[in-house]
Design a protein around this ligand. Structure first.
Ligand SMILES: [Zn+2]
Length: 178
């Protein structure tokens, strides 16, 4: 399953060289995963429980207009967009100090785009739909560079699964030691 941005320059199949039938795609402004939104949640539920996907990929991109908008004064003409990007505004507020270290707005927006991907990965891993499956799907966080065509992996589902298993083993071992 793919969660990507609506931006026409980031078509999921094209940038991954996938074929029809390969990806189950959900796209919205700034690739946000909103647990309170039935559109997003129904796509995830169907992908995980019916299609039984093994991988959920959140793919952001540098130069994202939605992410950039969250760093600028909100426009009163765009009430729906404003509501959608509210979590992004909150995220930028939480990381205000680091973001303000970038003087250029574009650089600040690109760093926030990375933080946004990691945040959506975190939220996805927390949802019951992902967590409660016997073999949970791996959640990955990627970011695409419009300028170079490269995909950077910001969060690997493989690393996370390994770490979770190691943590469980350690907890088990320390319990046995007690
Ligand atoms: Zn975008």
């Amino acid at each position: 399953m793919w969660i990507g941005c609506s931006d026409s320059r980031v078509p999921a199949e094209t940038i991954t060289n996938a074929n029809p039938g390969d990806l189950f795609v959900h796209r919205n402004i700034a690739n946000l995963f909103s647990p309170s939104d039935d559109n997003t949640m129904s796509v995830l539920e169907y992908a995980v429980r019916v299609l039984k996907v093994d991988h959920v990929i959140v793919c952001g991109h540098y130069g994202c207009g939605g992410v950039r908008a969250s760093l600028l004064p909100l426009s009163s003409d765009l009430p729906h967009v404003n509501r959608r990007i509210a979590p992004l505004c909150a995220l930028s507020e939480r990381h205000r100090e680091e973001l303000e270290s970038f003087t250029e707005l574009d650089a600040r927006a690109n760093r926030l785009a990375e933080m946004n991907v990691l945040e959506q990965v975190r939220l996805l891993r927390q949802t019951a739909i992902v967590r409660d499956r016997d073999e949970p799907p791996l959640v990955h966080g990627w970011i695409f560079g419009l300028h170079d065509g490269h995909i950077n992996v910001l969060a690997s589902g493989y690393d996370h699964a390994r770490k979770t298993k190691d943590d469980a083993r350690l907890t088990h071992a320390s319990l046995e030691a007690v």
